[in-house]
Design a protein around this ligand. Structure first.
Ligand SMILES: [Zn+2]
Length: 288
C-alpha cells in the first residue's frame, strides 16, 4: 500500500466525501444513483494511511457522507456528517444542499435531520470568495436576524451548528448567535474575531482551498495571493488572541483532493502551533 503522504494532523474537520477535488459535476454524478462504495473505501483508506482518525463532513444530499460514516469504523475513523447542508432558496449551496424557502421549512429539515441520523446541522449563510477579485464575495450574507433564528432552531433541537460563512459581518452575526464552528471565514476584521473569541467559536479556516489555487493558472494569481495573505494574517491574529482554530481542508473542493496535506503547512505558516490545532480538534470532537 503506497502512502500518499503523512501529516501531523489527526483530524480533518471539514471535508466532502461526495466531491473529488477535480470536477464537482462528475464527482456528484458518480454517486447519484447510490453512493459509490469503491470511491468511499479508497478515500477512507487514504485518510487512514495519513494517520487521520476523525473526519467531519461538510455534507451532501445524496447520502455519501452518511454511507462513509457506516464504513469509517473499518478504518479506525470516527466520522461525523450533517447529512445535507441546509441552504436558503436562491443562495449559495444549492448544488450540494437541501433547499428551504422559509423558516418553517428549515425547522422541518432540522427535525428530519434528527430522524435520519444527522450528527449536527450545517448551514450556508454567505457566498464564496471571488478568486479573481480580492475582497469580493459572490453574494452578501443572510441577514443577522435570519442567521440568529437558524442557529437558535438547530440548538433547540439539540444540534451543534457548523456554518459556511465568509465576510466579517456575517461571521460576527453567527458568532453572536452562538454558532459552534465557522467554516472558511474570509475577510474577517477585529470585531468579527473578537466575537468568535468571546463566544468560544471554533474557526476552521480551510486555508488549502485558497493555498492550493496558487500556480494553477485558473484564477488571478495576485488576487489569490492577497486572499491567502489576508486569511493567514487573520488566523495569526486569532491564534494570538487564544481563539480556537481547527484544521479542515475542505477536501473535495477544487484543487483539494482527498489526502491533500497542505493544511498543516499553511496553519504553521500562519503561526498556529500543533498544540493550538490539537486544542481546536478536541473542541470540534467535543461539540460534533
Ligand atoms: Zn465545504
Amino acid at each position: 500500500m503506497k502512502r500518499k503522504g503523512v501529516t501531523a494532523l489527526t483530524a480533518d474537520c471539514h471535508m466532502h466525501m461526495v466531491l473529488d477535488g477535480y470536477d464537482w459535476k462528475n464527482a456528484i454524478a458518480r454517486h447519484k444513483a447510490k453512493p459509490d462504495d469503491a470511491f468511499i473505501h479508497k478515500a477512507l483508506q487514504t485518510y487512514r494511511d495519513m494517520g487521520i482518525t476523525y473526519l467531519r463532513d461538510g455534507g451532501d444530499r445524496w447520502g455519501v457522507g452518511k454511507r462513509a460514516r457506516e464504513l469509517a469504523h473499518h478504518y479506525g475513523i470516527t466520522y461525523r456528517t450533517p447529512l445535507a447542508p441546509l441552504c436558503l432558496a436562491g443562495h449559495y449551496g444549492a448544488f450540494i444542499g437541501q433547499i428551504y424557502q422559509n423558516l418553517k421549512e428549515y425547522a422541518h429539515l432540522v427535525v428530519s435531520t434528527r430522524e435520519q441520523g444527522g450528527d449536527f446541522i450545517k448551514i450556508m449563510i454567505s457566498g464564496l470568495m471571488d478568486f479573481d477579485h480580492f475582497g469580493v464575495l459572490t453574494e452578501s450574507g443572510l441577514s443577522p436576524d435570519l442567521i440568529r433564528e437558524l442557529i437558535h432552531i438547530a440548538h433547540e433541537e439539540g444540534f451543534s451548528v457548523m456554518a459556511h460563512a465568509n465576510g466579517a459581518r456575517t461571521v460576527e452575526a453567527a458568532a453572536d448567535a452562538g454558532v459552534d464552528s465557522i467554516e472558511h471565514g474570509a475577510y474577517l476584521d477585529k470585531d468579527a474575531l473578537a466575537a468568535m473569541k468571546d463566544m468560544g467559536v471554533i474557526w476552521v479556516p480551510t486555508l488549502s482551498t485558497v493555498g492550493n489555487l496558487r500556480g494553477k493558472g485558473r484564477f488571478s494569481e495576485p488576487d489569490v495571493e492577497k486572499i491567502l495573505d489576508s486569511a493567514l494574517k487573520n488566523v495569526n491574529t486569532f491564534a494570538a488572541m487564544g481563539g480556537l482554530i481547527a484544521p479542515g481542508t475542505d477536501a473535495g473542493a477544487w484543487a483539494v483532493p482527498h489526502g491533500n496535506i497542505t493544511e498543516e503547512a499553511l496553519l504553521a505558516q500562519a503561526g498556529v502551533t500543533a498544540e493550538q490545532w490539537n486544542k481546536g480538534i478536541s473542541a470540534i470532537q467535543k461539540n460534533f
